[in-house]
Design a protein around this ligand. Structure first.
Ligand SMILES: NC(=O)c1ccc[n+]([C@@H]2O[C@H](COP(=O)([O-])OP(=O)(O)OC[C@H]3O[C@@H](n4cnc5c(N)ncnc54)[C@H](O)[C@@H]3O)[C@@H](O)[C@H]2O)c1
Length: 372
């Protein structure tokens, strides 16, 4: 490689995962030669920024040779930062993306891209004005079973998708304790349901109408959470295909029955299921036989950094490398800014539907942000 893309990471809690994934070689698979294999070919970390000195100290200990600062403007001023990867609280993504665009940087933004239509409109305007590019860091798409499922879909093995069923369910008391901003400055439709809604949108294409219900768990009530934390969302695509999405963030987990994130595709030629945290991919063979692929022990070092069921090292490396490669080669990537903003409008439609009780059309929201 003659050139790689330099990445500056903003927000070093979840962002620390990307820092490690880009800097420390993948631990060797069980039983194999401990040769150092970098996770990425096209992306490298060059800088990190966080307001909290303890987050900077921890990052410096893990990756000592990078530039570290508490001042976002100082990171944006560096010529070796080509892309800013944003991992700040949801409600700050909009302003941090616009600052990066205006400094001439391309952006990876973790999910949710933004959590209001006003920020969606401002980000779209800034990208049109500056010509900068953005990829949404939808990590689940880049986890092994979901990659395998997509490849099988693209090979035609599922046929036409007739029903999509996706969920992200996870008990979140630990998150309220760690990140108090989750109580009042965002909504679980953005913070959590963004994962399965993105997965559904990936297969269904543009969404025409949403009908959602929402309620609040006992756990959410105990923490004073302002938004619903239980959502059931029905989707009708422009194509006429349908899907449903479930989110629940106050439950008692039953992971053997239901993994935290699952995507079930029912197609004209077959069915398939991808799971997170378990790394299983289940699908039908053409004769109807059920096939279970379980690459957990082969791939755990890559995705979990040797801790089974921990963190997102592999997914973050995969999406950073995919974006860096696309920038270097001038090729498309997904989800890009427009797809990400469409999904924000679907999330907002679900939020409005759950509070009004009736179905909400997506087209007027797209028009409101300038995507009419
Ligand atoms: N699977 C995934 O992709 C995934 C997983 C977890 C969280 N997230 C997303 O990542 C984001 C961060 O989540 P988290 O759990 O790390 O939150 P967090 O509250 O633990 O950490 C956010 C960090 O951002 C820093 N920060 C805030 N404002 C800043 C500024 N102006 N300049 C520099 N640093 C600043 C804070 O000091 C803090 O360390 C959220 O949007 C969340 O939804 C994505």
């Amino acid at each position: 490689m003659s050139r790689t893309i330099g990445i500056g990471i903003l927000g070093l809690h979840e962002g620390r995962t990307l820092l490690v994934a880009l800097n420390l070689p993948e631990p060797p698979p069980v039983g194999e030669n401990p040769a150092a294999v970098p996770r990425t070919r096209y992306a490298r970390a060059v800088a990190g920024c966080d307001l909290r000195p303890e987050k900077l100290a921890e990052a410096r200990r893990l990756a000592p040779d990078l530039f570290y600062t508490t001042d976002y403007a100082a990171m944006l001023a560096r010529p070796d930062v080509d892309v800013v990867a944003i991992y700040t609280p949801d409600a700050l993504h909009g302003q941090h993306i616009i600052q990066a665009f205006e400094a001439g940087k391309d952006v990876i933004c973790t999910k949710p891209l933004v959590n209001s239509l006003e920020d969606a409109r401002r980000v779209l305007e800034a990208s049109r004005r500056t010509g900068r590019r953005l990829m949404v860091g939808q990590s689940v798409r880049f986890f092994e079973p979901f990659i395998r499922q997509r490849q099988a879909f693209e090979r035609g093995e599922i046929g036409a998708v007739e029903l999509v069923d996706a969920h992200y369910i996870h008990r979140m008391d630990w998150y309220y304790a760690k990140s108090p901003w989750a109580v009042a400055s965002t909504d679980w439709i953005f913070l959590g349901v963004s994962h399965p809604l993105d997965l559904a949108r990936w297969y269904l294409g543009p969404i025409a109408e949403v009908h959602a219900y929402g309620t609040r768990s006992a756990l959410a009530a105990r923490y004073g959470v302002q938004s619903f934390d239980i959502y059931s969302v029905n989707l009708k695509a422009v194509s006429g295909q349908i899907g449903r999405v479930l989110g629940h963030y106050g439950l008692h987990e039953l992971p053997s029955a239901r993994n935290a994130i699952e995507l079930m595709l029912y197609g004209s030629a077959g069915s398939s299921l991808a799971q997170y945290h378990d790394m299983r991919y289940l699908h039908t063979a053409p004769d109807g036989t059920q096939i279970v692929e379980d690459p957990l022990y082969r791939k755990r070092a890559y995705y979990f950094n040797n801790e089974v069921h921990g963190m997102h090292y592999g997914e973050f490396a995969n999406y950073a490398d995919a974006f860096a490669r696309a920038l270097l080669e001038g090729t498309p990537y997904s989800p890009d800014l427009i797809e990400g903003l469409e999904t924000v409008c679907v999330m907002e439609a679900a939020r409005r539907s759950a509070s009004s009780g009736g179905p909400v059309a997506v087209a007027p929201l797209l028009a409101e942000i300038g995507l009419g």
